[in-house]
Design a protein around this ligand. Structure first.
Ligand code: AMP
Length: 270
């Protein structure tokens, strides 16, 4: 599967992307994680990216596109990928389309994680991420058992520097202005699926899997040359036939009942 996870900061792209990666055995590629790694390593690219990240603004397209191109060329991405946090604006989406067209593997689905704004604020201010295994906790909604420690590996939980209130506000504004238009962009390509991303993580995951399984099935039918709606038409015709047959059977029963009553009446007369 070749998937883009679309959604505001805090909508759960990282959490769901991780689980999807395990289920489909394809890498989750997060430009945010790649950029944070570059910042932590102090590479020239990281130094260039840091200021924009700390302010909650987007890092320049040339940095991000270079990183993505390099990452998608890795062998583990040849059977598919889950893009998390990329593309973030229309030029990035167009560049991705061109890149994928070149290798003959177009995007299959863009999955919008739908969450309302108030909830996002709570999710982001309460978010704590494990420094060792990247597991995400939330002090309000899903705290770790021991404060500051990861339940899985005991690693240190940290509050991302860009999860502070002012930065969060900027990130949400940037999302509305630059990333939200991608909903229309992918809608027009007929690649957009929307999932209700409020509730338990496991429930959201099941909803996503249902959507993706349907997309996968459609793709298989397309590959076999059967238009997706043939299935729906076949089901409708079968239903109609059984209705008609049911109707005929009912008429037959009624008429044989009538005949039997008539016979009885004749016998009585005699
Ligand atoms: P994220 O972890 O996806 O929320 O990203 C954290 C920060 O990294 C963002 O606020 C941006 O500053 C930067 N960033 C991540 N992905 C992109 C991208 N595709 N384009 C530009 N900046 C990005």
């Amino acid at each position: 599967m070749r998937i883009v996870l679309l959604g505001a900061p805090g909508s759960g792209k990282g959490t769901q992307g991780k689980q999807l990666s395990e289920k489909y055995h394809i890498p989750q590629i997060s430009t945010g994680d790649l950029l944070r790694a570059a910042v932590a390593a102090g590479s020239p690219l990281g130094v260039r990216a840091k200021e924009a990240m700390d302010d909650g603004h987007l890092v320049s397209d040339d940095i991000v596109l270079g990183m993505i191109e390099e990452r998608l060329a890795q062998p583990d991405a040849k059977d598919g990928f889950i893009l998390d946090g990329f593309p973030r604006n229309t030029p990035q989406a167009q560049a991705l389309d061109i890149l994928l067209a070149k290798i003959g593997k177009p995007l299959q689905v863009s999955l919008l994680m739908d969450v309302d704004l108030d909830l996002l604020m709570q999710r982001l201010t309460g978010r704590r991420t494990c420094e060792s295994c990247s597991r995400v906790f939330n002090v309000y909604t899903s705290p770790s058992k021991f404060e500051g420690r990861c339940d899985d590996c005991g690693g240190n939980l940290r509050h991302r520097t860009d999860d502070k209130e002012q930065t969060i506000e900027n990130r949400l504004k940037v999302y509305q202005a630059q990333t939200a238009p991608l909903v229309k962009y992918y809608g027009e390509q007929d690649k957009l699926k929307t999932v209700d991303a409020i509730g338990e993580i496991a429930d959201i995951f099941s909803r996503i899997c249902e959507l993706l399984d349907a997309v996968h099935e459609e793709e298989l039918l397309k590959a076999k040359g059967v238009p997706a709606d043939v299935e729906a038409i076949t089901a409708a015709v079968t239903e109609k036939l059984s209705e008609v047959r049911g109707g005929k059977a009912a008429k037959k029963t009624a008429s044989s009942e009538k005949k039997a009553v008539k016979k009885k009446a004749v016998k009585k007369k005699k």
